[in-house]
Design a protein around this ligand. Sequence first.
Ligand SMILES: C[S@@+](CC[C@H](N)C(=O)[O-])C[C@H]1O[C@@H](n2cnc3c(N)ncnc32)[C@H](O)[C@@H]1O
Length: 544
Amino acid sequence: MISSFPPKEDIVSFFIDSSMLGLFLSVFLASSRLSTVVADFKKLAHSYPQFSSICRLDVTGKITIDFKDPRVLRVLTACLLKSDFDLDVLIPEDRLVPTLPLRLNYILWIEDLLESFDRTDNIKGIDIGTGACAIYPLLAAKKNNWHMIGTETDDESLKIANKNVKQNNLDSLISLRKNQSKFTLKYLFLEENLQCDFCMCNPPFYVSLQEVWESRSPARPPPKNGFTGSPQELVTEGGELQFCRQILEESQELKDNILIFTTMIGHKYNLREFLLDLKAEGIKCTTTEFCQGRVTRWGVAWSFHNSCDLSKLENHKKDKTTKKNSPITFVIPKVPDQSYTVESISNKLKYILDDLKIEYKIITKRKNVLCLNIIAYTNTWSNQRRKRRLQKQLDNELMKKPKFSSIINIDTPIIENKGIIEQSLERQKKDDVETIEDCYTNDSLRKKSEESNKCKKDGAAENNTDVDAIKWPNARPVDNSSNITSEINVIENTSKPNPLSQAIVKINQKEDLCFLSIEYVGGTGGKESVHQILQFIKNNWNKL
Ligand SMILES: C[S@@+](CC[C@H](N)C(=O)[O-])C[C@H]1O[C@@H](n2cnc3c(N)ncnc32)[C@H](O)[C@@H]1O
């Protein structure tokens, strides 16, 4: 068992070392110091029959548990809560199993924040979306004697949460409230003159259940832990970014009621967006990273009070990826007779993305800023030249007859020889490393245009990729007066492979210039794929 829960200067982050006889909770926190606590499986098994029932003895005699089994996770969390905090917590089968280290991380970070504001006594906090376990209120009350309000929209979760509070005799410190409003916080202050030190939130992270399954970058190893949680806990309209934005919006009205606003964020790209929102509003904030094995979450805190400048607090761990994946930006050139606004540029960009069969979703739309999350499943931007070259080679060879006649019947229409082209492409794929710079030079676009005319004359098929590309000059997408109509372009694709490239694209206007920036988020194609997409956009911008 955890011998003594470390005082607040400690830790937080669980790591599991199955080679040791036990479970190590090393909690590296947002906090300046580090400590390690050991949860000993053997002792847990001795003390809790329900824990011994989920243990396995491996061939070397070590006790192990199956972290992929939600039932096992439930028992482990319940036993740790009992052993380390003397909390009896009922964790329902159909609800999220809270991972203890992550929750402790968040609480310890808040302790640090409160200390920065010299707040130590009679602390009062709000947990937005407390869940069935009311894990944050229980930990905060038991560990620190904080007064907590937990809010919840889900009746069933609220019912069990109330049971959990009662059976731990924490009613005097914890009050749970049903949220029936469209707000996250504001409704709590309408009838009561509440003063709180902080609010916290672990929001539902996803826009849809589909996103739950697609969210993990394929480049990352699979999670070690089993998957738990019900749709209402995981999914919210607009996803976590919208949820956090709602808190931010309400915080501006509640600046005198709550000292420190905090939230957890589960997706890196949302963290960036949310920090931009705070920056745009001129609100000072700080962030932290909660690392727990292969899972990383982020904490964001902001305040309207001057007693502490949150932006000057040393962040525990800067978002490394923000530095690593700094966006590439280019100034969008002005094209004669075309409007030069974020809206018209967005329409043009969407046309290009449609053409490349790249999916996109708008994540931010403000007056002078548009931000898209883009996902490409296949490389549609750098094969064209290769395909054309091969097609041309094939054409030439066919003209010369003898060379290819042994392989193909020259009477066969070219279209029927596609297999040969594809095979040839496959063979070339490995060693044909194209530099994007020469992919779509003016010369190649000129050729494209010539081909376009040829195709049109020949009545070529509309769905041919090259033909699609060449129809641009005649099908200008930009209607200067039009609104941004299509918000989302999800390509019909029943079996989606792992994304090749995922990025955040941003168009913004500063004074009389518009900028397009692209930032790699993930995907098997790496950052190079994002560079290529940007180069494609650059090379083709003036041609539309
Ligand atoms: C990801 S779960 C977090 C549960 C718990 N706090 C934890 O960390 O394990 C999000 C919770 O927020 C609740 N929720 C969603 N929208 C809410 C809202 N507007 N107000 C209060 N709770 C909400 C959901 O029902 C769900 O229980």
